[in-house]
Design a protein. Structure first.
Length: 344
């Protein structure tokens, strides 16, 4: 007799079930994800106490992105790199905070995975107690690529991801991940120190009521973007949209996944290719969005089809519900930005 109607399923139990989909995965997969869950539990403990320990503020160095690293960026990067390096199945790590890939094991036969991650997303929000996040993407070493050709492990289109996910450190800490079999969310129970299944089989609503973009850059958006945003504001899709913008991609995407709508980071004057990085920001959320019934485009095509050429390359990102995204696609075709696709 169970003591509760709803089975209490930890993320570890869930992963064991999911990995049965990977014949021969022999537990590597659950071991990988447990490194990520363990690392994010330590990150969240720091995030929750950021004001109390000497963890706020700038670390002082500038990272490969030319951005001043926050102390929590560096801590989060060190923690995740530490736990992932302990896994024999990890060959290569690519982090937003490291200019080059880290070769973890290049002499182990089963070191066949590359983990690509943004250890702390939304860093500018840390000091003002606004939600931040961690993103990750798991890729398998491509056939015929050598153990030391680290960049090639990561330079694969997003449609090759075997898993992706994020943790959002908000009013609660929620892990959302997919191995290509739907999207599932787990809430960290601090009293247990365990991620418990709270959002099984997440589906993005067909349409929402929020759009999310940094309107300060509006004047430099390419043709089509402002027309599209004005269509949402003026009710062309059936109702007038409200605007929500947190400034942490993970938090803005999490809201979009739960409530529907659309999140955009278009090309801007200062970031003509968009600000978000393809490998560890756009690809993970695009994978999850599509798994949940939504869409993710870069203004000319599907994000997951982009063939990366450098590990920190940026791309425009428009991700959200089917209704909003099909309208965006149509507007961009009419603006001449998106080649006519076969979906019309
Ligand atoms: P990161 O902190 O990892 O550098 O990412 C910050 C990104 C993303 O989280 C967010 O959507 C975007 O920066 C916000 O940029 P703006 O402040 O230009 O709107
Ligand atoms: Mn980021
Ligand atoms: Mn970051």
């Amino acid at each position: 007799m169970t003591t509760t109607n709803t089975p209490i399923i930890t993320v570890q139990q869930h992963i064991l079930e999911e990995q049965k989909r990977f014949p021969g995965s022999s537990g590597e997969f659950s071991s990988l994800l447990s490194a990520i869950t363990m690392g994010t539990k330590m990150i969240q403990a720091k995030v929750r106490r950021a004001g109390l320990s000497d963890i706020l503020g700038e670390h002082g160095d500038v990272n490969v992105q030319g951005e001043i690293q926050q102390k929590l960026d560096v801590y989060s990067n060190d923690i995740l790199s530490h736990f992932l390096s302990l896994r024999d199945s990890v060959g290569v790590l690519v982090s937003e905070e490291n200019e080059k890939p880290i070769i973890v094991h290049n002499n182990l036969e089963n070191a066949n995975y590359a983990i690509v991650f943004d250890p702390l997303d939304g860093s500018s929000n840390i000091d003002v107690n606004v939600s931040v996040g961690t993103t990750f993407s798991i890729l398998r070493r491509p056939e015929g690529v050598g153990m030391n050709d680290a960049e090639q492990w990561a330079l694969q289109p997003g449609n090759k991801q075997i898993a992706a996910g994020y943790v959002v450190y908000g009013s609660s800490t929620i892990l959302v991940y997919s191995v290509g079999n739907g999207v599932h969310g787990f809430t960290l129970d601090p009293s247990l120190g365990a991620y418990i299944l709270s959002h099984p089989n997440m589906r993005m609503p067909e349409q929402g009521k929020y759009y999310s973009v940094n309107e300060a850059y509006r004047d430099s958006f390419p043709p089509g973007y402002t027309e599209y945003i004005d269509r949402l504001r003026k009710g062309f899709l059936g109702h007038k949209y409200a605007s929500r913008y947190i400034g942490s991609m993970v938090a803005d995407f999490h809201r979009t996944l739960l409530k529907g709508g659309v999140f955009l980071y278009p090309p801007t004057e200062s970031n003509p290719d968009g600000k978000l990085r393809l490998l560890y920001e756009a690809n993970p959320v695009a994978f999850l969005a599509e798994q949940a019934g939504g869409m993710a485009l870069d203004g000319t095509g599907r994000v997951l089809d982009i063939q990366p050429v450098s590990i920190h390359q940026r791309c425009p990102l428009v991700v959200g519900s089917r209704v909003e995204m099909e309208d965006f696609e149509q507007v961009m075709v009419e603006a001449g930005s998106t080649p006519k696709s076969d979906s019309f």
